[in-house]
Design a protein around this ligand. Structure first.
Ligand code: HEM
Length: 174
């Protein structure tokens, strides 16, 4: 008798567990269908492969980036109070993390939102993101040469837009 009841309880628990797993799978499926990444798998590969070509020259790339940024908008120079070498390392490290997370941007969303909010403290304005994007694309073009095709450029434009929008929304849309 005791074993019979135990058997039924274990059976019910297993059923509930299976139902729960099925529900979670359905939810995930729904999320994937409702919110597809604006980047295709091919574009993600193009960005990650091109970034691998920048990584070995990241120090020069960071230097070029700030030089170009200050050329495009000299007024932002005063916002950078710390050492630019150090700042360049942090910028490159962050881009590295984001580029390697492009197939699961949800995993770095909170990090980008927090970073966006910190940028208010640095007196960064939403409009500055356009200039930073232009400087970044210019550096990629210089560093990648012929490898920076229209297709690669388009993928980077979308990726930068996603990063900048996540940071800006967290910082300025509340
Ligand atoms: C994709 C966009 C951007 C990324 C990935 C990025 C990344 C970073 C990182 C990693 C830091 C280090 C401090 C921290 O994490 O809070 C930082 C600081 C900073 N960023 Fe950005 N940033 C972006 C956009 C911008 C824009 C649009 C501006 C405007 C000019 C800007 C100006 C600054 C300034 C002034 C600091 C502080 C530097 C200092 O203390 O000397 N950033 N950024």
């Amino acid at each position: 008798m005791m074993y019979g009841i135990l058997f039924i309880v274990i059976g019910l628990a297993c059923l509930l567990l299976i139902q729960n797993i099925q529900k979670q799978r359905q939810n995930q499926q729904q999320y994937i269908q409702e919110d597809p990444s604006p980047l295709t798998a091919h574009q993600i590969r193009l960005i990650q492969e091109s970034w691998q070509r920048v990584v070995p020259i990241k120090d020069q790339a960071a230097k070029l980036f700030y030089a170009r940024l200050f050329e495009l908008d000299p007024s932002v120079k005063k916002l950078f109070r710390g050492k630019l070498d150090y700042q360049g390392d942090k910028l490159m490290a962050t881009l590295n993390v984001v580029v390697n997370s492009l197939d699961n941007l949800g995993g770095v969303e909170a990090m980008l939102q927090a970073m966006g909010k910190r940028h208010i403290i640095y007196s960064v304005e939403a409009a500055h993101f356009e200039t930073v994007g232009a400087a970044l694309l210019w550096v990629l073009e210089q560093g990648l040469g012929d490898y920076f095709t229209e297709e690669v450029k388009e993928a980077w434009v979308i990726a930068y837009g996603l990063i900048a929008d996540t940071m800006k929304q967290a910082a300025y849309d509340s």
